[in-house]
Design a protein around this ligand. Sequence first.
Ligand SMILES: C[S@@+](CC[C@H](N)C(=O)[O-])C[C@H]1O[C@@H](n2cnc3c(N)ncnc32)[C@H](O)[C@@H]1O
Length: 189
Amino acid sequence: MTSTDRQYFRDMYAANNDPWKFETSSYERRKYALTVDTLTKERYHSAFEPGCSIGVLSELLAPRCERLLVTDIVPSALAQATHRLERYENVVVERRAIPESWPNDTFDLIVLSEIAYYFDAESLPDILSLVVRSTAREAHVLGVHWRGETDYPLTGDAAHEVINSNNNLRRIVRHLEDDFVLDLWERVG
Ligand SMILES: C[S@@+](CC[C@H](N)C(=O)[O-])C[C@H]1O[C@@H](n2cnc3c(N)ncnc32)[C@H](O)[C@@H]1O
């Protein structure tokens, strides 16, 4: 398997507006709080969250960023994200697929939350090349992924190992629980 078939995500949202219970799960609420608290800089100039889903994490990131771009491939998820985020003038919601519609911007924060393991060990490095291309030194890359069993191309742990093997990313924070792994990398080189 290479990357997860995009129809999988369209089917998930067709069956349920919030298929991963991002709005209501106490697990997600706590994980999101830890995610945001892991960011070591108070403010980021320009941030990017690919695979934003319905925008629940995006809403917590918004106050920490002067500008935040959030993207997804499923129109119904983006409609919910747009509604949730409309009061944040600093947030832009766009329909974009990675890797082919990676934005042509420079970011000082990229958040890979529950997205990297939908790509395999051959295609994730290409996405990391785009991450490196669109960040300057000292930018931050945050990764957070569930560690349980899935039928995705990579486990959460394996996805983080692939990210960590990129020579331009130096891990500066690691938080490991039975259920999820949360890492923060600094762009070096
Ligand atoms: C599990 S959700 C993660 C949501 C969010 N980042 C969070 O942690 O709350 C994964 C999202 O990635 C989107 N997605 C999957 N493949 C994608 C791709 N190639 N480009 C952009 N978004 C994608 C899916 O539609 C889905 O909404």
